[in-house]
Design a protein around this ligand. Structure first.
Ligand code: SF4
Ligand SMILES: [Zn+2]
Length: 126
């Protein structure tokens, strides 16, 4: 597994007090092999404090705002009802899902039913 560049370092560096410089922590993050994942996790979990993935809370708030503005309404490819989608990537270029939660659940169920039917059929023809 790839190693986080901050492992074993003083955690206080990544949680600067208000007005303190976060530059040192950001520099460590710059060379970190898991930076993208770290940042994404912090965004998803809405981490309130500290430097994660090279960004401070203020930086992350800007990205979250950007993403919220990029959210748009599209029609579900299954039931055609409108749904709000947010691009999967921080730069807004990521893929956008095409099915609503209900349709995805239904599709998973249908696949499971198909699979079970197949298993039953192969079991009886043996
Ligand atoms: S990107 Fe995340 S894991 Fe890597 S050094 Fe920075 S805080 Fe640590
Ligand atoms: Zn749907």
């Amino acid at each position: 597994m790839m190693r986080a560049a901050c492992r074993g370092m003083d955690a206080a560096m990544f949680f600067p007090e208000k007005g303190e410089n976060a530059g040192d922590a950001k520099t460590v993050c710059e060379g970190c092999p898991v930076r993208a994942e770290c940042l994404e996790l912090a965004l998803v979990k809405r981490e309130q404090f500290g430097v994660w993935g090279g960004l401070s809370e203020k930086d992350r708030r800007l990205i979250r705002g950007q993403r919220a503005r990029q959210a748009r309404t599209v029609r579900c490819q299954g039931c055609r009802l409108p749904m709000v989608v947010v691009p999967a990537r921080a730069d807004g270029m990521g893929p956008v899902r095409s099915l609503c939660d209900d349709c995805r659940r239904e599709r998973r169920r249908a696949l499971r039913r198909q699979q079970q039917a197949l298993v039953r059929r192969t079991a009886t023809t043996r």
